[in-house]
Design a protein around this ligand. Structure first.
Ligand code: DGL
Length: 277
């Protein structure tokens, strides 16, 4: 274990975390980042607690091996199912001087500020919805401002994004169906959390089927603001984040496909390397 400066690790099951990384790079251009997408094993949303925990821990260890002092789980499913165990059981044992943060808590704090009615809707993967992480955390951290949380699992959305089927009638069909299901559960809902980092890529379709007046919380910006606050409060960690403005990409799947799709999501070309666990 060293205290040398290193990049901030950003992990997701696939491409979704790029929506978070994009905001990090905008807000922290001088910092170094390593992005790791576990494309070979995506999606995580339909996997059990134990499997998501095992895969996420492997990824975190890899990012630690690559010198990251801080890892962000840019994945709600991993944040919901693995973060607590990693923070409480693994870090004290394997890397007491390093930190792993997730995306749920910053989203919950922000949504509590945004809502007027206190009625929230959450769209997420099967895993995130079944974990009840959002209702539990909203109850705990909203200071009483959130009075109702309804959820809808959207198991088809991640495969649609991962397979670049975003602009298709199939995508519209599933987005419309899941949004209608969510809306039917609570008439007073005024804010919806896109509780999966893949979902901003479907934002055009989502907006098309959501009535006016419902706020949408996209996580990239929120998580980036929250990272800023964290680094301001933890200067010793900030000093351990290296700052040469580099971004390195790893995928557990085919590099050519990753480069092509990641370039599409980020709006610029990237070059990636393959990594095996
Ligand atoms: N992007 C992820 C999330 O935020 C994971 C989706 C998946 O792998 O199912 O939940």
């Amino acid at each position: 274990m060293t205290n040398h400066a290193g990049p901030i690790g950003v992990f997701d099951s696939g491409y979704g975390g790029l929506t978070v990384l994009k905001e990090f790079v905008k807000d922290f251009p001088e910092y170094d980042f390593i992005y790791l997408g576990d494309n070979a094993r995506t999606p995580y949303g339909t996997r059990s607690f134990d499997v998501v925990y095992e895969y996420t821990l492997q990824a975190v260890k890899k990012l630690f091996d690559m010198g990251c002092p801080l890892v962000i789980l840019a994945c709600n499913t991993a944040s919901a199912k693995a973060l607590r165990n990693i923070q409480q059981l693994d870090l004290p044992r394997i890397a007491p001087d390093r930190r792993v943060l997730g995306v749920i808590r910053p989203s919950v704090e922000k949504v509590a500020e945004m809502t007027h009615t206190g009625h929230i809707g959450v769209l997420g993967t099967n895993g995130t919805v079944a974990s009840e992480s959002y209702p539990i955390e909203l109850e705990k951290w909203s200071g009483g401002r959130v009075v109702s949380t309804v959820q809808e699992a959207c198991p088809m959305w991640v495969p649609i994004v991962e397979n670049n089927e975003i602009d298709t009638p199939g995508a519209e069909y599933f987005v419309q169906k899941n949004i209608a299901n969510l809306l039917a559960r609570d008439q007073k809902m005024d804010t919806i959390i896109l509780g999966c980092t893949h979902y901003p890529l479907l934002i055009r379709q989502i907006k098309k089927f959501l009535p006016e007046g419902i706020n949408i919380l996209e996580q990239g910006k929120i998580v980036s603001e929250s990272l800023k606050g964290y680094l301001d409060r933890h200067l010793e960690m900030n000093n351990r984040c290296s700052k040469k403005g580099t971004v390195i990409y790893y995928t557990t799947e085919n590099v050519d496909i990753f480069e092509q799709k990641a370039g599409f999501f980020l709006g610029h070309n990237v070059s990636a390397s393959q990594l095996h666990f």
